[in-house]
Write a protein of this length. Structure first.
Length: 287
């Protein structure tokens, strides 16, 4: 068996967890030659098909964890596996959805969704056909020829979602994707995301600072401590029935109960992060 064939088999091993972080630490170089320890031995695994939410105070390291999982950052120590394969470069099984818009303003919705396929050298006709199909799946049939500035914030998010899903990633890494949207748009997007997730059987890692959103969407909520040296301080299974409507599920008695439990754990970390930032402001920092 040739080496290329063996590599392909390793890369497509679908038996292990979609993602596993093993004692992952990450430091950043900061001004004056000092280092900032963002993560301290963070360990967790995400099962194939699981919807995992990660919550923690602002600045605790949520985006850092997603960048590590995407292979955009390397751990300072520890290791990351995706479907049993140690992550050495970009995580080819994963698509990353950022908080900010990353659509190209001079391209139409259709052309934006075609970018990934064309990069993967799909024939143009097939790329366009699939892009139309994905735009329809995210509720944007008829909007193919609009430019990003002609779309609402929610619609731009839908284009970004189609852009991620078209290349068939097994894992979606989502960094506070809906936090800039108004409440109604956000709930529509959340419900549509749940529908897509159930139809496509993707693994989703969803970062948010909004505990209600985390509970409404996920199978499990992971709680991070405030930094520096962020650790995982709790994981909570969310056993609310599915399929869920994110508005209705918030009224479920079990929702309030699990909210109280997790908030009891998260509250102290949020206060600690806030106190640190207020302290830094008082000392003339920029936090
Ligand atoms: N490239 C970087 N250089 C220096 N510090 C960084 C860098 N990236 C992140 N940090 C610091 O690491 C901590 C975690 O950041 P981040 O992962 O963005 O937090 P969150 O997404 O939870 O708000 C913050 O204190 C941030 O300032
Ligand atoms: Mg962040």
């Amino acid at each position: 068996m040739g080496r290329a064939v063996r590599d392909l088999e390793v890369a497509s091993d679908q038996t292990g967890p979609a993602l596993a972080l093993e004692e992952v630490s990450r430091q950043f170089a900061i001004a004056g030659g000092a280092t900032y320890q963002a993560l301290d031995r963070v360990s967790f695994a995400v099962a194939r098909g699981e919807f995992l939410a990660i919550v923690g105070p602002t600045g605790c390291g949520k985006s850092t964890i997603l960048s590590l999982a995407a292979g955009l950052l390397r751990p300072t120590s520890g290791r990351i596996l995706s479907f049993n394969a140690p992550l050495e470069r970009l995580n080819r099984q994963a698509a990353y959805l950022f908080q900010q818009d990353v659509l190209l303003p001079w391209k139409t919705a259709l052309e934006n969704v075609m970018l990934g396929p064309l990069l993967h050298r799909w024939p143009r006709g097939r790329a366009a056909e699939e892009a139309r199909r994905w735009l329809a799946r995210v509720g944007l049939a008829g909007f193919e020829d609009r430019f990003p500035h002609q779309l609402s914030g929610g619609m731009r998010k839908r284009v970004a979602l189609a852009q991620s899903l078209i290349v068939g990633p097994a894992i979606l890494l989502m960094d506070e994707p809906f936090s800039a949207l108004d409440v109604q748009t956000r709930e529509l997007m959340e419900n549509d995301l749940l529908t897509l997730w159930q139809e496509e059987r993707k693994t989703i890692v969803f970062v948010t600072h909004d505990l209600e959103e985390a509970i409404a969407l996920s199978d499990r909520v992971l709680v991070l401590a405030a930094g520096p040296g962020t650790r995982v301080i709790g994981t909570h299974a969310i056993t609310l029935p599915r399929p869920r409507d994110v508005t209705e599920v918030r009224l479920h008695p079990a929702f309030r109960e699990v909210y109280r439990t997790i908030w009891a754990q998260l509250r102290g970390e949020v206060l600690r992060a806030y106190a640190d930032q207020a302290g830094a402001r008082a000392r003339g920092g920029t936090a």
